[in-house]
Design a protein around this ligand. Structure first.
Ligand code: FES
Ligand code: FES
Length: 154
């Protein structure tokens, strides 16, 4: 039995130690906003935050995350600057990759609040979008950076 902290809630799951976090989130907890695509940590669709940092949940094993705080897309409030920017810039197309993109962007902006285009392209390059929404992702990250800075001044 493992105890997890997901989106601020304590959850117990009875799984084997080498179960990927992705399957626990989706199949045991029932949070399906986190997506499966490659399963080998190269596409970014399964990205979640672990202690505030973007990680690929398909290659993160339950035995390695004891006591850590996990945040999925369902745990990000609608008022968050990144979610707001995503809506304003109308980023998603099919939407499949977008929860991973948003969590990657949140982790990135925590590290680099005022990024250049180059910084964005480098950090976001591990999140693949088959619909090619990269230009809108870039615009949304710049906008989220501005919204966060405005929020701090209030
Ligand atoms: S499903 Fe995890 S990185 Fe692709
Ligand atoms: S919006 Fe379709 S894969 Fe990214």
């Amino acid at each position: 039995m493992f105890t997890l902290f997901i989106n601020g809630i304590r959850r117990k799951v009875d799984v084997s130690p080498d179960t990927p976090l992705l399957w626990v989130i989706r199949d045991h907890i029932g949070l399906t906003g986190t997506k499966y695509s490659c399963g080998i940590a190269v596409c970014g669709a399964c990205t979640v935050l672990i202690d505030g940092k973007a990680e690929r949940s398909c290659q993160t094993f339950i035995k390695d995350i004891k006591g850590k705080k996990i945040t999925t897309i369902e745990g990000i409030p609608e008022s968050h600057s990144v979610k707001k920017a995503w809506i304003i810039e109308d980023v998603p197309q099919c939407g499949y990759c977008q929860s991973g993109q948003i969590l990657q962007a949140i982790s990135f902006l925590n590290e680099k609040p005022n990024p250049s285009d180059r910084d964005i392209d480098e950090f976001m390059s591990g999140c693949i979008c088959r619909c090619g929404t990269y230009q809108r992702i870039r615009s949304a990250i710049h906008l989220a950076s501005k919204l966060t800075a405005q929020g701090r001044k209030k």
